[in-house]
Design a protein around this ligand. Structure first.
Ligand SMILES: NC(=O)c1ccc[n+]([C@@H]2O[C@H](COP(=O)([O-])OP(=O)(O)OC[C@H]3O[C@@H](n4cnc5c(N)ncnc54)[C@H](OP(=O)(O)O)[C@@H]3O)[C@@H](O)[C@H]2O)c1
Length: 218
């Protein structure tokens, strides 16, 4: 088991972030967490709405994470939904570099430049919603490619993110899906990887389209 939590997107002062970390440990009745990450560079109400990237606020929240890490309360620290500019500005003053960036990444929505930047900077990329929050399941071209490899669409999607060099974070409430989602020991060809990287963007996440993370600008 690997226990992870997040500094709330709204916590952009040292004091707020520190209080959030301590409150999480207290509520979970744990002495330490395996990892904690800043959920978003902007408070949710401003995502896709404002140009303010909270340079100073993120530095303050990061300092609270660094201190908690140095005190042994957190075993790893990172960020989520950070773009290159957010990472660069954080790293200008950080004493500890972010260890992880957890980002939206799936077939049809692959942040190639960001992934390359993270990999060059030794920041592990975690791909969240690797099955596109479920909305990729009915795409005929993706179904055809999955059939070619003798796998399911979720298996193709998860394998795709692994071959990008990311850590894949699929979610399921179904134990059978959980089992088959882990069976991804096959190889997508370089040619098919290119096709999947350039697959037409799926901009409609159904009922979840209203959530800031699926709004397109994070
Ligand atoms: N950092 C962030 O801002 C952020 C934002 C969003 C999400 N996340 C994280 O990313 C993780 C995944 O997010 P997500 O829910 O969007 O993920 P996802 O893994 O892309 O999609 C989950 C959907 O796929 C279905 N599914 C999974 N395996 C399947 C299978 N083998 N066959 C058929 N359907 C399958 C699930 O239904 P069943 O339950 O029926 O299998 C569910 O509807 C979550 O743990 C979440 O914490 C992080």
């Amino acid at each position: 088991m690997f226990v992870v939590s997040k500094v709330a997107a709204e916590h952009k002062t040292y004091e707020e972030a520190k209080a959030g970390i301590d409150e999480t440990l207290e509520k979970m009745e744990l002495d330490y967490l395996d990892m904690m990450i800043i959920h978003s560079p902007q408070p949710w109400a401003e995502v896709n709405q404002s140009e303010n990237r909270y340079k100073e606020g993120n530095r303050q929240a990061w300092k609270a994470l660094e201190d908690a890490y140095n005190e042994g309360k957190l075993k790893a620290i990172g960020v989520s939904n950070f773009q290159i500019e957010n990472l660069e500005s954080l790293m200008e003053t950080a004493k500890i570099k972010p260890m992880v960036n957890q980002v939206l990444c799936h077939i049809s929505n692959t942040p190639t430049e960001l992934i390359e930047f993270c990999q060059k900077s030794n920041i592990a990329v975690e791909a969240y919603s690797p099955i596109a929050h479920g909305v990729i399941l009915n795409q005929p071209e993706i179904q055809t490619m999955a059939e070619k490899y003798g796998v399911s669409v979720p298996q193709l999607c998860i394998r795709y993110t692994l071959q990008l060099g990311a850590i894949s974070l699929p979610k399921t409430a179904n134990p059978e899906h959980m089992k088959t989602n882990a069976e991804v020991d096959f190889e997508i060809s370089a040619e098919d990887m290119e096709m999947l990287k350039n697959f037409k963007e799926i901009a409609d996440y159904g009922e979840s389209s209203g959530f800031p993370v699926y709004g397109g600008k994070l």
